[in-house]
Ligand binder design. Structure first.
Ligand code: ATP
Ligand code: MG
Length: 440
């Protein structure tokens, strides 16, 4: 096995690795060349947790996607016809993007590029930063071969963010926001030449060329970041918040709330399938100090949809309801608290972790994340199958849930006390000794 295939296996979660092998098998059967790329490769080789798996196929991946939908229970989350990229969610919560290898040509700064099919090598050279432009072959003939035309591996080792070519920010000025988001997320430095490219592009007015669509996409990406406080701080320093809201840029940022959100993210154990809509929660915290007019202007600048606005409006009232429910005396048993929270949208729970002033609510949320959710993972699919349900069926899901509830309420098994030590021998007085001898 190549070193990289080994790193892949040892670094991904069990669920993620299973998905890689499923996609690999389906691509092989469809006769398609498949590569693991983008953030997934960066995070595996850099030792960061992998959020989603990015695959690139050297052809139209439609056949592969069709076969995966049929065989794996995956669902489509979104599709982009132009780039032929599809986001899928697999059972167990693993998210995957499968895209066609492509060249992108930008006729105008910030405009949509012209897209054409390409080889993996050409595709990598059209990406944003060198650390995101590494591919691992998952094809039988070249399994484990690394393709790294811009020496991304060197930059991952050096912890440096570097553009692939001098006009990167002119082609797609949205990359300016991506750059600082990645800098905060990974804790990398911006390479010196890239830093001057940022300055040149900014002086040339490239910030104004960032499309509303691109601003919205980045805001949605920011909302998923684990360190929103640190990220907003850097964006403020880089004078990039103006792009969304002059009021925010003028200092109306509630850093204390953003720090609470950052801490709330840390409560969620890595690797659990935790359903959450990040955007409304992030916006609620980010816009905490803005008035209604400034909020509306910021949402317009980012092209926030009606559905997203609706989700934001509903969040606080829904969290308030949950706040009440979490104070109930009926939640003494671990299983009752688990049952309530496992079926509650994640953003409602984290909203309370940020905003609730009730001690009991905060404690119960902590117990759920730190005790009950990790305990629920101790009930494995193998255990449920052994109890007689077929994986993938509704019966399986129901039985697993019941087994988890039972497991949560089971008292920890008492370790059997060691056997009573034999009574100490009687004192060695002449009388006792004598009597003992007499009795035997
Ligand atoms: P994450 O962990 O947030 O998913 P990521 O780097 O994988 O990080 P994605 O948005 O999933 O981010 O994008 C996948 C890959 O597509 C990136 O790693 C990069 O190679 C490429 N990419 C994304 N956005 C751009 C862009 N604006 N310009 C060029 N390449 C991009
Ligand atoms: Mg990704």
């Amino acid at each position: 096995m190549s070193d990289y295939m080994f790193t892949l296996e040892s670094h991904l979660t069990g669920e993620q690795y299973r998905v890689v092998t499923q996609v690999q098998k389906a691509a092989h059967e469809a006769g398609l060349s498949l590569y693991l790329t983008g953030g997934a490769m960066r995070d595996i080789t850099g030792g960061f947790p992998v959020r989603d798996l990015d695959f690139t196929v050297e052809a139209n991946p439609a056949k592969l996607i069709k076969s995966l939908l049929k065989t794996s229970g995956a669902e489509v989350v979104s599709e982009d016809e132009k780039t032929r990229s599809t986001e899928l969610k697999f059972p167990g919560g693993v998210t995957v993007e499968i895209a066609m290898a492509r060249i992108e040509k930008f006729a105008k700064s910030g405009a949509k590029p012209r897209v054409a099919a390409a080889t993996i090598y050409e595709d990598l050279l059209c990406r944003d930063f060198t650390i995101n432009a590494v591919a691992l072959s998952l094809n039988k003939a070249s399994l484990g071969l690394l393709i790294d035309p811009s020496n991304g591996m060197g930059d991952i080792e050096r912890h440096e963010l570097r553009t692939i070519h001098n006009y990167s920010f002119y082609d797609d000025p949205g990359r300016l926001l991506r750059l600082f988001r990645l800098k905060v997320r990974l804790g990398f430095n911006v390479d010196e030449r890239t830093r001057s490219q940022v300055e040149n592009a900014t002086e040339a007015g490239m910030l104004e060329k960032i499309s509303t669509e691109s601003l919205g996409a980045e805001l949605r990406n920011m909302a998923r970041e684990a360190a929103p406080h640190d990220l907003i701080k850097v964006l403020e320093e880089e004078k990039l918040l103006e792009l969304y809201s002059p009021a925010l840029a003028a200092g109306k940022i509630d850093y204390a709330t953003l720090m609470k959100l950052q801490k709330a993210h840390q409560l969620v154990p890595f690797g659990v399938d935790f359903e959450i809509k990040h955007l409304p929660l992030f916006l609620e915290c980010l816009f905490e100090k803005l008035n209604a007019k400034d909020k509306a202007a910021a949402m317009k600048a980012a092209g926030i949809t009606r559905g997203e606005t609706g989700a934001l409006e509903k969040l606080a009232p829904a969290a308030k309801k949950l706040d009440k429910a979490l104070q109930s005396a009926k939640l003494q048993k671990a299983s009752s608290l688990y049952e309530l929270l496992v079926s509650t949208p994640g953003e409602h729970i984290l909203h309370l972790a940020v905003f609730s002033g009730q001690r009991i609510v905060q404690d119960r949320i902590k117990h759920y994340f730190q005790k009950y959710l990790p305990m629920s993972l101790e009930v494995t699919d193998e255990m449920v199958a052994a109890a007689g349900a077929a994986p993938g069926t509704p019966k399986f899901k129901k039985l697993k849930h019941e087994m988890i509830l039972k497991h949560l309420d089971a008292r920890p098994k008492k370790v059997a006390p060691p056997p009573e030590p034999p009574p100490p021998p009687p004192p060695m007085s002449g009388f006792a000794r004598g009597s003992a001898v007499r009795r035997s």
